[in-house]
Ligand binder design. Structure first.
Ligand code: ADP
Ligand code: MG
Length: 314
């Protein structure tokens, strides 16, 4: 009997969002913002929260500090019924923080990664991995302490009998140093978006990227925004169109909500095509409310939006 359906290894940070700013910040001057929101940021947290809202038992393993922001992180995850017992609170490092400055349709972000850069492989134990049926990791390039050890983590998880998935997310250094040949044999489902996949494979298009990795990859899901998503099953590429939302509120977290929907059905043993369709519907639902978790407050709400807006019976 496993304790978790999914153990999520990922980055954690608080977002401080400043809205209605009088002008764009200028060095040497002071301006005023009329609205401020503090929320739990991070892709991994959006994934974990929405996976939990979809009815799965989710545990989180990541590194934060022992500060006020850490309390916000933990309390918000607990509200989403995500287990926080395996989150490491460091005495040495501070909790990560992103300051988001919204100005009209544009924004400027400044991120302080803090503790998330200091999670190391030896801090993730076999007994923690064994508590879960499935391991999902997100935002590998933000977790610089883990980056060079990532294949080892997935190798251990596979040896312990877990199924595995990963959403690499964007590399802020744009170096894209991830050894796919070493990693992908231990990855049941690899889940980048189109741009990330092209950078990671160093290819100009999806087809040539797949040619490059197909001898050692398992399933690959490539998320493609309004175009929906593609599934590589080892032999061929299948595309599922998106459930088009004509009234997008914002696309923050759409990829993470896609991942949550996909993995939720994958764990139930659904066919890969069904999982792909389900990912598309949870990705689309994400765009109907603000932020990454706004539309996932309850399973009832998710079902209602799926049916009312997209004629999809969850
Ligand atoms: N405008 C949209 N309407 C409907 N679904 C969308 C829209 N934008 C994104 N999605 C869904 O969300 C998924 C993830 O979005 P995408 O932008 O590709 O990922 P990421 O957020 O990782 O960049 C898409 O594959 C699609 O299913
Ligand atoms: Mg993404």
């Amino acid at each position: 009997m496993k304790f978790f359906d999914v153990l999520v290894v990922g980055e954690l940070n608080v977002d401080i969002i400043l809205d209605k700013i009088q002008g764009f910040p200028v060095v040497g001057k002071e301006i005023v913002s009329k609205e401020m929101t503090m929320t739990l940021g991070s892709s991994s947290a959006i994934f974990a929260s929405n996976l939990s809202s979809l009815g799965n038992k989710v545990g989180f393993l990541g590194k934060i500090g022992k500060d006020d922001f850490a309390r916000t992180v933990i309390n918000t995850l607990k509200e989403k019924k995500v287990d926080t017992e395996n989150i490491i609170q460091s005495e040495e490092y501070q909790t990560g923080l992103t300051i988001v400055m919204n100005y009209d349709m544009d924004r400027a972000n400044v991120t302080f990664p803090g503790a998330m850069e200091h999670l190391r492989l030896h801090e993730i134990t076999d007994s923690q991995l064994q508590k879960a049926k499935h391991l999902h990791l997100s935002s590998v390039f933000l977790q610089t302490g883990l980056l060079s050890e990532i294949s080892e983590l997935f190798k251990r998880a596979k040896n312990l009998g877990l199924t595995t998935s990963m959403d690499p997310q964007w590399d802020p250094t744009e170096e894209w140093n991830l050894d796919l040949e070493e990693l992908l044999p231990y990855m049941d489902v690899f889940m980048p978006n189109t741009e990330e996949f092209k950078h990671l494979t160093k290819c100009a298009d999806i087809q040539s990227g797949l040619e490059k990795v197909k001898s050692y990859a398992n399933y690959i899901i490539i998320k493609d925004g309004e175009n929906g998503a593609h599934l590589w099953d080892g032999k061929k590429l299948t595309t599922q169109p998106a459930f088009l939302n004509s009234n997008v509120i914002d696309c923050i977290g759409a990829g993470d909500s896609f991942d949550a929907g996909f993995i939720s059905e994958y764990l139930k043993g659904g066919s890969m095509l069904h999982c792909l369709e389900f990912g598309n519907i949870t990705g689309a639902i994400n765009t109907t409310a603000s932020g990454g978790t706004g539309a996932f407050k309850s399973l009832e709400n998710v079902k209602k939006v799926a049916f009312d807006l997209f004629k999809y019976q969850l």
